[in-house]
Ligand binder design. Structure first.
Ligand SMILES: Nc1ncnc2c1ncn2[C@@H]1O[C@H](COP(=O)(O)OP(=O)(O)OP(=O)(O)O)[C@@H](O)[C@H]1O
Ligand SMILES: [Mg+2]
Length: 296
C-alpha cells in the first residue's frame, strides 16, 4: 500500500438527543446528507472478531462513507471499540485477536497479505479516550510521525499546519518546545488529533475522544470534527448520545446478545442509518429502548 488515498458523560434521554437532531435538521446539518452521493471508504461484510475462542462481534455489515462522520453507539461491551479497531488493523496488535469476513478500504482488501499494517495505520489514524501525548515537546509530538515516515516537507510547516487544523496553534505557538504534558486535557486531546493528522491520513478513528474532557473542551472537539470532515472521514465511538446527534451523519447502534450456540454474549449491529432516522424513527425496538434509556 502506498501513501496515496485510493490505495490505499453521560447518557441522555431520547428527547434530548432528538431535539438536537431536530434543531440541527433545521440548519441543514451534515446529518441530512443523502445516502447516495458519497463514496464508500470502508465496506465491512459479515465481519466477526474473535479474541481467541470468544466471538466479541458477530456478522457486521457496514459501509462507512467518505467525508462523513459515523458514530458507533451502544452499551458497554457490545464491541464498538473492537469494531473500530478493525478499520486500522489495531486488533492485530492484540494477541489472539482475529477477524473473519471481508473488510475493504477504498475497494482494497484491508486484510490481504500484501497490505502493510503500518502503512494502514498511517492512512487511518486513531485518537483514544485518554489523551496520550508522548513525553516530548509539543513540536516533537507532531513531528514524530512525519519523521518516521521520512517526509521531505518542511517540518515547521507540518507542525504549524497540523496544529492549526486541530485549532491549537494560537494557544501553543509560543511554547512549541515545551513539554506536551504541560497542556490541559482538552489541549492534549487536540494535540493528539493534530499528531494523528500530521501524517496526512485519510480517516480518523476516535474512541470516546471526549469522555475525559469537560463540556467546553468537548464542544471544541465537536466543532473541530465538523470542520475536519471536509478533509477526513471520521468514525467516532461515543456514549454521549447528544454528541452522536450533534456531530454525526450516520449512527450505528450495537448491542450484545446471548449467542445460543456458544452461550456467550456477543456484539452485533442492530441498526445503521442516518443519524436523524436513528434518533427520530428507529426501525428496531432495541434501538428505541436504548436511546430512550429503557435499556437493560
Ligand atoms: N483484548 C481483549 N481480549 C479479550 N477480550 C476482549 C478484549 N478487548 C475486548 N474484549 C471483549 O470483547 C467484547 C467487546 O469489547 P469492546 O471493548 O469492543 O466493547 P465496547 O463496546 O467498546 O465497550 P465500552 O463501551 O465499555 O468501551 C467485551 O466482551 C470485551 O470484554
Ligand atoms: Mg470501547
Amino acid at each position: 500500500m502506498t501513501s496515496t488515498k485510493p490505495e490505499i458523560d453521560s447518557m441522555v434521554g431520547f428527547e434530548d438527543a432528538r431535539s438536537v437532531v431536530t434543531q440541527a435538521a433545521g440548519q441543514e446539518p451534515a446529518a441530512a446528507a443523502p445516502a447516495t452521493d458519497r463514496a464508500p471508504v470502508f465496506e465491512a461484510r459479515d465481519v466477526s472478531v474473535y479474541y481467541s475462542d470468544f466471538r466479541a462481534v458477530t456478522n457486521v455489515d457496514l459501509t462507512i462513507n467518505d467525508n462523513e462522520i459515523t458514530a458507533f453507539i451502544g452499551p458497554s461491551g457490545c464491541g464498538k471499540s473492537t469494531m473500530l479497531r478493525t478499520f486500522n488493523r489495531m486488533n492485530d496488535l492484540i494477541e489472539g485477536a482475529r477477524m473473519v469476513g471481508s473488510l475493504t478500504y477504498h475497494g482494497i482488501d484491508l486484510y490481504s497479505d500484501d497490505v502493510d499494517p503500518v502503512a494502514v495505520r498511517r492512512r487511518i489514524g486513531m485518537v483514544f479516550q485518554k489523551p496520550n501525548p508522548f513525553p516530548k515537546s509539543i513540536y516533537d509530538n507532531i513531528a514524530f510521525g512525519p519523521r518516521l515516515a521520512g517526509t521531505d516537507e518542511n517540518m515547521d510547516d507540518i507542525v504549524e499546519r497540523s496544529l492549526r487544523g486541530a485549532g491549537l496553534w494560537e494557544e501553543v505557538k509560543d511554547r512549541l518546545k515545551t513539554s506536551a504534558l504541560g497542556l490541559s486535557g482538552g489541549q492534549q486531546q487536540r494535540l493528539c488529533i493534530a499528531r494523528a493528522t500530521a501524517v496526512n491520513p485519510d480517516v480518523l478513528l476516535m474512541d470516546e475522544p471526549c469522555s475525559a474532557l469537560d463540556p467546553i473542551a468537548t464542544g471544541r472537539i465537536e466543532e473541530l470534527m465538523l470542520e475536519m470532515k471536509k478533509d477526513y472521514t471520521i468514525v467516532i465511538v461515543t456514549h454521549n448520545m447528544q454528541q452522536a446527534a450533534r456531530v454525526s451523519d450516520r449512527t450505528a447502534f450495537f448491542t450484545a446478545e446471548l449467542d445460543p450456540n456458544t452461550d456467550q454474549r456477543t456484539g452485533l449491529l442492530v441498526e445503521y442509518d442516518l443519524t436523524t432516522t436513528i434518533f427520530s424513527q428507529p426501525a428496531d425496538e432495541r434501538t428505541e429502548n436504548y436511546i430512550t434509556g429503557r435499556f437493560g
